[in-house]
Design a protein around this ligand. Sequence first.
Ligand code: UD1
Length: 387
Amino acid sequence: MTEFPMTIASVIGARPQFIKYFPIAGAIAAARKRVGALREILVHTGQHYDDSMSKVFFDELGIREPDYHLGAGSGNHGAQTALILKESEAVFLKERPDVVMVYGDTNSTIGAALAAAKLHIPVAHVEAGLRSFNKRMPEEINRVATDHLSTLLFCPSMTAIRNLAAEGMTHALHGGALIPEGFDDLGDVDMNRPAVVNVGDVMEDVLRHSVETAKARSRVLETLGLTPKSYLLLTVHRAESTDDPEQFAHIVRRVNEISAGKTVIFPMHPRTKKAYAAVREKLHDRVRIIEPVGHFDIVMLLANSSLVMTDSGGMQKEAYWLKTPCVTLRDRTEWVETVESGWNVLMKDYRGSHTIAEQATSRYGDGNAAGRIVDLTVKICRGKEKR
Ligand code: UD1
């Protein structure tokens, strides 16, 4: 049993963050049994608020009711981020967590990270070190800034470790290789000497759990009248894809070429719905537009599709793990390993087929990223307490 109570505050707010948080919640519960006094505060920024964008994930994954709702809602980047910054600061001042854990690259991530860092609370960044090298993406700005505010940088891959090293963040534990479980040689870690750690990808933890549950629970194929491998799956949601009408029209044309004559299922994000209404170029008539679906339904749709076309980072990797060929509807990707393996092709490079190079083992860890993240977070905080 540890001698001091420790508090981890997790801040989530957008759809992929609910999913990334799920294995962390499990790992915190497991760690509590080992180390005793471990308190957790869960903060929902409210960036996503529709039931289909938020509640469904809490219900399906059994995530508990958050302790705080910040009510951020939609808005321009400045207004939305400012609200998250201000409201999360108030929570941190009241609760004084030992660590603030943030996830991915959204406005919720940067807002909470900035509030915590200014209060000298160590920030733990889950999914650190990713880069598209395109600062026109709001996510790229959020990632770079969050990484440089963080004390614990939990990377999903070697590529992420290298990206951070190139920006001067060179204190990589275990030489940047996947950290062994139980690793203890932590050295000095603080805000001015952040630790960079390769823990693998929490999304792999989630998928390992979700595949079997999705098979047991999801009825999406029956509901939509689909048989396995008889359709393609399409998702588009990023600002870089939808906000510029020229780019959106280009994506629509490319999707029409790739999927000509085939059934396509397209669960549509609310942002995309607005943008699609305004764009002149339209999808062919075998594209079935449906409402956004929950986590188990998307896993089922992805696992059974003959090919997925997507601009989502999470789905590129899920396709790789599920061995579903993927065409990424972007000019570049942060998940370069999926392209190197052959399972993923950028839309500009796609010529109608995939050439699979290898997939002996996953290059994103071993499905226990969350366990490592929580274990190291607890150890580093405990070490500070003793000094
Ligand atoms: C955000 C993230 C993006 C992430 C995505 C996951 C930023 C900058 N972007 O993009 O990195 O991949 O979440 O989905 O943080 N809306 C609704 N209902 C909702 C939520 C949003 O109708 O519950 C509509 C609103 O019109 C809103 C728009 O969608 O203005 C965009 O939402 P926002 O949260 O700003 O960004 P996302 O595109 O979802």
